[in-house]
Design a binder for this molecule. Structure first.
Ligand code: PRT
Ligand code: ZN
Length: 283
C-alpha cells in the first residue's frame, strides 16, 4: 500500500486532491480524517501541514508527498523530486520598502531581513558574500518592515499584491517554486511500480490538457496541405467519404492554436469542422 502525504488545508490541498481525482483515484473528501484510503487504488492519503511533508517522506512514514519545492529546499530533507506538477507556482524574493534605492544585492549588507526561509536565504546571501541579520518569523512576514522588526523581507510572492499593499517592492527573485511530487529514496519494488503507474497517469493527464479533437471534411486534393497544417501524434487519421473527391480528417490540436488552424484549413476547402473536447490521450 502506497501512502501519499498531502496538505490538510491551505493553498495546495484543493489542487492536490483534484490531481488524485483526475488520475482516477477516489478518496472520499467528506469522510477524510488524518488518514484515508482510496477506494479504487492501493493508496492511502495522509493529511499534514506542508512543513512536515518533506520529513515524513524522507523518513519513510509516507512513500510519496505533494508539497511546494520551497518547503523541500528549506527543510533540506533527502527526498527524490519526482515530478513538477504545474500548480502552486510562486517565487521567494527579497523585497524592500518601495521608496528605497536599490542597485545590487550589496544593499543587504548589515540589513535585518525577516523571513520564514532562513536556509534558502542563508545560502543565497553566502553565495553573494553578503552578511546580513536574519529575523526568523513564521507568519505575516510582509508587515515586518512597517512594524520596525526588519529593513527588508524574504518571502513568497505570487501576484505581488501583498508586497504592493505593504509598501514594498521586489528586488531579487531568488527561488522559483511550484508543487512537486516527492518520493522516499528507498521505495520498495512494489511501491516503485505503483509510483510508475501514477506517473503514467499524470503524464497522460498533462499531455491531454489544453488539447482539442478536430474532425472535418476536406477535398482529397487538399489533403497533403491539410496534413502539413495538422501535425498529430503520428499523423492525422484520414477516412474516405462516400462522396467522390472528399475525405474525413481527424486530428488533435493545441487549444491555443485552434483558431489559427481552423482559418488555414478553411482556406484550403475544409468543411463541416467539428471541435470536440478531449478527455484523455493515453500515450
Ligand atoms: O498550514 P500549512 O503549514 O499546511 O500551510 P502554510 O500556511 O504554511 O502554507 P500555504 O497553504 O499558505 O502555502 C502552501 C504552499 O503554496 C507554499 O509553500 C508555496 O509552495 C505555495 N504558494 C503558492 C504560496 C503562494 N503561492 C502564496 N502566494 N504560498 C504562500 N503565498 C502567500 C505568501 O506567503 C504571501 O503572504 O501569499 C502571499 C503573497 O501572495 P501575492 O499573490 O500577494 O504575491
Ligand atoms: Zn506551512
Amino acid at each position: 500500500m502506497l501512502r501519499i502525504a498531502i496538505q490538510t488545508k491551505g493553498r495546495l490541498n484543493e489542487q492536490s486532491m483534484e490531481l488524485l481525482h483526475e488520475i482516477g483515484i477516489d478518496v472520499d473528501a467528506a469522510k477524510r480524517k488524518f488518514l484515508s484510503q482510496a477506494t479504487n487504488f492501493p493508496i492511502e492519503v495522509l493529511y499534514l501541514r506542508d512543513d512536515d511533508i518533506p520529513q515524513v517522506v524522507a523518513n519513510g512514514t509516507a512513500s510519496l508527498g505533494i508539497v511546494g519545492l520551497n518547503e523541500v529546499a528549506e527543510r533540506g530533507c533527502d527526498v527524490e523530486v519526482v515530478k513538477k506538477l504545474g500548480f502552486g507556482g510562486c517565487r521567494i524574493s527579497l523585497a524592500i520598502p518601495k521608496g528605497e534605492r536599490y542597485d545590487s544585492v550589496e544593499y543587504f549588507c548589515g540589513k535585518r531581513i525577516a523571513t520564514s526561509y532562513p536556509k534558502i536565504l542563508g545560502e543565497f546571501l553566502a553565495g553573494h558574500g553578503v552578511k546580513a541579520d536574519m529575523e526568523v518569523i513564521t507568519g505575516s512576514v510582509e508587515i515586518a518592515p512597517a512594524a520596525g522588526i526588519a529593513d527588508a523581507i524574504f518571502d513568497i510572492v505570487s501576484s505581488g499584491g501583498t508586497l504592493v499593499t505593504n509598501g514594498l517592492k521586489e528586488v531579487e527573485r531568488v527561488f522559483e517554486s511550484e508543487a512537486v511530487l516527492i518520493a522516499n529514496r528507498n521505495l520498495s519494488m512494489e511501491d516503485r511500480a505503483l509510483l510508475d503507474e501514477l506517473l503514467f497517469r499524470i503524464e497522460s493527464e498533462s499531455v491531454s490538457r489544453g488539447k482539442k479533437y478536430l474532425l472535418m471534411n476536406i477535398p482529397t486534393a487538399s489533403l497533403d496541405e491539410a496534413i502539413k497544417i495538422l501535425p498529430a501524434m503520428r499523423s492525422p487519421t484520414v477516412m474516405p467519404l462516400a462522396v467522390e473527391g472528399w475525405c474525413s480528417l481527424h486530428s488533435v490540436v493545441d487549444a491555443a492554436s485552434l483558431w489559427d488552424k481552423v482559418r488555414q484549413l478553411k482556406a484550403i476547402g475544409a468543411e463541416g469542422i467539428l471541435v470536440l473536447t478531449l478527455d484523455k490521450i493515453i500515450p
